[in-house]
Design a protein around this ligand. Structure first.
Ligand SMILES: Cc1cc2nc3c(=O)[nH]c(=O)nc-3n(C[C@H](O)[C@H](O)[C@H](O)COP(=O)(O)OP(=O)(O)OC[C@H]3O[C@@H](n4cnc5c(N)ncnc54)[C@H](O)[C@@H]3O)c2cc1C
Length: 396
């Protein structure tokens, strides 16, 4: 009886150790990817293509609806030709397994034209559904992130706020996106940029007596000036800091890809705004004297002055996040990608840009994700970029 009991104890300890080893093996290879916008989709696609088991990947997002593009920008005229979306969609084999017909449809469209963004949002939505069935998906938000005992402790709150729990992972990728920057001029109603970018929603905010002030001179600002010039408003005032910049196609590379105007918006700026602007539109250099005179006349304001990183919970107790803008490394096996952590790119002529856009996210991911997989835990950050550098991204 005693011997039987001893054997039982040995068997129990052996089984417990085996289970613990298996558990830590799983944790040792586990990835958590936070964010299901285009950048998160690119990372999930590449991890699966590179042979990481779907059961080792946790994908976290409150909605799984293609991030900001899916939520707000479907009707916005795209600023990239179709072939750039096709490059994104055909970069991962698993994308084709998820939405083959939609990818083929896009390939048949005019590759040089920049269509409204729904042409890319729809295939991305179908791909998201396909990926969700291949990985462990959690509908919720990252609420804490702590590195302890060589593992990331990832705190998660479910979208319905009913459940908070922790996951453990070896690798964490933040693809958590950005939101429009705002100014706050007192007593003036601001129309949120995301809503103003949809023409019919913008129209619902306006009356014919409105004098609308638009801040900015990049893609979003010019697009909104175009919309306003086609809507019944009394007057439009554009306060700008920098002159309009157009994308320059140099054949082998495209300069000012982020800052430059493209597609139908660029055409309108060149042919209408710069040559024969609407009579009810004034473009004014943003200076205190100008603002003092013109702001009191404005009844509504729109800030199209760039984007800033979405707020993240403290990481290892700090909010002062820095990342290497060439490797994407933030900390030990912690990485950033997408509009929140863009790649710094040097053009052959020495010009430098932080690259934002689907094609660029994918090219960057193809370079860095295999490197991330080999990361043993060392920081390897040799060049830093901080939140301030994001303010240089006055892109859209
Ligand atoms: C008006 C406009 C037009 C554009 N046009 C084009 C275009 O024509 N072509 C092109 O290639 N690019 C275009 N872009 C640029 C770019 O492709 C988008 O900005 C893109 O959506 C950024 O992708 P992302 O995945 O980095 O971030 P997002 O799309 O913002 O996705 C981030 C995701 O992370 C989630 N998230 C954030 N915080 C947390 C958290 N704590 N926990 C869990 N999840 C979280 C968010 O809910 C979201 O789903 C455009 C951008 C704008 C603004």
């Amino acid at each position: 009886m005693k011997k039987l009991f001893k054997n039982f104890i040995i068997f129990f300890v052996f089984f417990f150790c085996l289970a613990a080893t298996a558990q830590s093996e799983i944790q040792n290879n586990k990835w958590v990817v936070v964010g299901a916008g285009p950048a998160g989709i690119a990372v999930i696609g590449l991890l699966l293509d590179l042979g990481i088991e779907g059961s080792s990947i946790i994908w976290l997002d409150p909605e799984f609806d293609v991030g900001r593009l899916g939520h707000y920008y479907e009707t916005v005229p795209g600023n990239a030709p179709t072939w750039m979306y096709v490059e994104f969609l055909t970069a991962c084999k698993v994308f084709n397994d998820c939405a083959p017909e939609m990818i083929d449809e896009l390939k048949k469209m005019d590759q040089k034209t920049a269509f409204p963004l729904h042409v890319i949002v729809r295939p991305l939505r179908a791909i998201t559904q396909g990926l969700l069935s291949r990985v462990q998906a959690i509908k919720g938000s990252l609420i804490s992130l702590q590195f302890d005992d060589d593992l990331w402790h990832v705190g998660i709150e479910s979208t319905d706020k009913q459940n908070v729990h922790e996951q453990h992972a070896r690798f964490v990728v933040l693809a958590t996106g950005s939101h429009p920057k705002e100014l706050h001029y007192e007593n003036k109603q601001a129309i949120p940029l995301d809503l103003a970018l949809d023409k019919s929603t913008l129209a619902s905010y306006l009356t014919p007596t409105d004098v609308v002030g638009v801040f900015g001179s990049a893609h979003s600002a010019i697009l909104i000036l175009k919309y306003l010039s086609e809507l019944p408003v009394k007057y439009i005032v554009n306060f700008f800091n920098k002159p309009i910049v157009y994308t320059v196609d140099m054949g082998t590379w495209v300069q000012n890809q982020n800052a430059g105007l493209k597609g139908s918006t660029a055409q309108w700026a060149k042919e209408v705004l710069e040559k024969k602007p609407p009579k009810n539109l004034a473009r004014l250099k943003n200076k205190p004297t100008i603002l003092r005179k013109w702001l009191p006349l404005c009844t509504k304001l729109i800030y199209a002055i760039g984007f800033e990183r979405n707020e993240l919970p403290p990481i290892n107790g700090t909010n002062n996040l820095i990342y290497d803008d060439i490797s994407g490394i933030i900390g030990p096996r912690l990485f950033g990608i997408g509009i929140a952590f863009p790649e710094k790119f040097s053009y052959p002529d020495g010009n430098i840009e932080y690259r934002v856009g689907l094609k660029f996210f994918m090219e960057y991911a193809q370079r860095v994700v295999p490197e991330w997989m080999l990361c043993k835990g060392e920081h390897a950050i040799n060049r830093f970029s901080n939140m301030e550098s994001l303010f240089m991204i006055n892109v859209l």
